[in-house]
Design a protein around this ligand. Structure first.
Ligand SMILES: Nc1nc2c(ncn2[C@@H]2O[C@H](COP(=O)(O)OP(=O)(O)OP(=O)(O)O)[C@@H](O)[C@H]2O)c(=O)[nH]1
Ligand SMILES: [Mg+2]
Length: 256
C-alpha cells in the first residue's frame, strides 16, 4: 500500500456538544500540529441550536474548522457519511465531540494509514494498554456483551469503536452502506470488506460536558444493523439457517 501525504480530515458528529467544541478543537489541533500533520475538522451538527455555530465561527479564526448544520435529518452514522462527503483530504478520521476519545492519539491512528500499515485503524479499548476509565461493572458488561456478536464480523477486538481512521478510497469501496444507528465503524469495516486493520490502545474516559445521546432505541437499531451485516457477510449461512429452521418447524407441525 503506497504512502499518503500527511493530510487529515477529522469528522466529528455532534448533537448538543457546544461546551465541548473549544477544548476538542484546541487539543486535536495541538496534537496534529506537534506531529506536522495538516488537519481540517468538519463538525456535522444536527441542528443543536445551542450556540455551536457561533462557537465554531470563532474557532475558525485560529483553526481549520467548519460546521455543517443538517436540518430535518438526524443520526450519528449518516452525519459521519456527510462529513466524509465534505472532507478535502484522502485520509478520514472520526471521533466523538465529548472528549471520550483522547485527541492526543489522533496522530498515532492517522500515521498508520498515512504509512500504508493499515487501511482501517481503530482506537481500541480492548487491546493491551486500552481501557474504559471509571466505568461501573454493569456498563462494562453491557459493552462487552454487545461486542461479542460484532467480533464474528471483523477481526478487530473493539468493533464498536467510534474513534477510527481510514482511507477515502476504502470508504468509496463500500457496498450497500446502510448508515443507521450508532455503529458506523462496524458498518464500514464489513461493507468495505477491509482486510488490513490496526488497533491503537486508548483510554476511554467519560464525556467532559453534556449528556449521552445513546438511547434504548439506538440499541434496538444496533440489533437491526447486526442482522443486516450477518446477511451481507454470511449470506449462505443465514439462508441455510432459515431453511433449516423452517424445515424443523414443518417437521414438528405436520410430520410428528
Ligand atoms: N450529528 C449527530 N451527532 C450525534 C447524534 N447522536 C449522537 N451524536 C454525536 O455522536 C457522538 C457520540 O454520542 P454520545 O452521546 O457521546 O454517545 P456515547 O459516547 O455512546 O455515550 P456517552 O458515553 O454517554 O458519551 C457525540 O459527539 C454526539 O454528539 C445525532 O443524531 N446526530
Ligand atoms: Mg460519548
Amino acid at each position: 500500500m503506497e504512502e499518503l501525504e500527511q493530510r487529515l480530515s477529522v469528522v466529528v458528529p455532534t448533537y448538543r456538544e457546544a461546551d465541548n467544541l473549544r477544548p476538542l478543537c484546541e487539543r486535536v489541533f495541538a496534537a496534529t500540529r506537534a506531529s506536522a500533520i495538516e488537519a481540517e475538522m468538519i463538525i456535522v451538527d444536527d441542528d443543536s441550536d445551542d450556540g455551536s455555530e457561533a462557537i465554531v465561527a470563532e474557532l475558525a479564526n485560529d483553526f481549520d474548522v467548519r460546521i455543517v448544520v443538517r436540518r430535518g435529518e438526524r443520526g450519528l452514522s449518516s452525519a459521519v457519511v456527510r462529513g466524509f462527503e465534505e472532507a478535502r483530504h484522502e485520509v478520514l478520521l472520526v471521533m466523538d465531540a465529548d472528549l471520550s476519545h483522547p485527541p492526543e492519539k489522533v496522530p498515532e491512528l492517522a500515521r498508520k494509514v498515512f504509512d500504508g500499515e493499515a487501511e482501517f485503524v481503530v482506537g481500541s479499548r480492548y487491546v493491551g494498554g486500552g481501557e474504559m476509565r471509571d466505568w461501573p461493572f454493569l456498563r462494562r458488561l453491557n459493552s462487552w456483551v454487545a461486542t461479542v456478536p460484532a467480533r464474528l464480523l471483523t477481526p478487530v477486538r473493539d468493533p464498536m469503536a467510534g474513534f477510527f481512521c481510514l482511507r477515502r478510497e476504502t470508504w468509496r469501496r463500500a457496498e450497500r452502506l446502510n448508515p443507521i444507528g450508532y455503529k458506523i465503524a462496524l458498518e464500514l469495516m464489513v461493507k468495505c470488506r477491509c482486510r488490513r486493520y490496526a488497533e491503537v490502545p486508548i483510554v476511554f474516559t467519560d464525556r467532559l460536558h453534556g449528556t449521552s445521546k445513546l438511547t434504548f432505541w439506538q440499541q434496538l437499531l444496533y440489533l437491526r444493523q447486526l442482522c443486516g451485516l450477518y446477511v451481507f457477510r454470511f449470506p449462505g449461512l443465514v439462508i441455510g439457517g432459515i431453511l433449516l429452521g423452517l424445515a424443523g418447524l414443518i417437521w414438528l407441525v405436520w410430520v410428528r
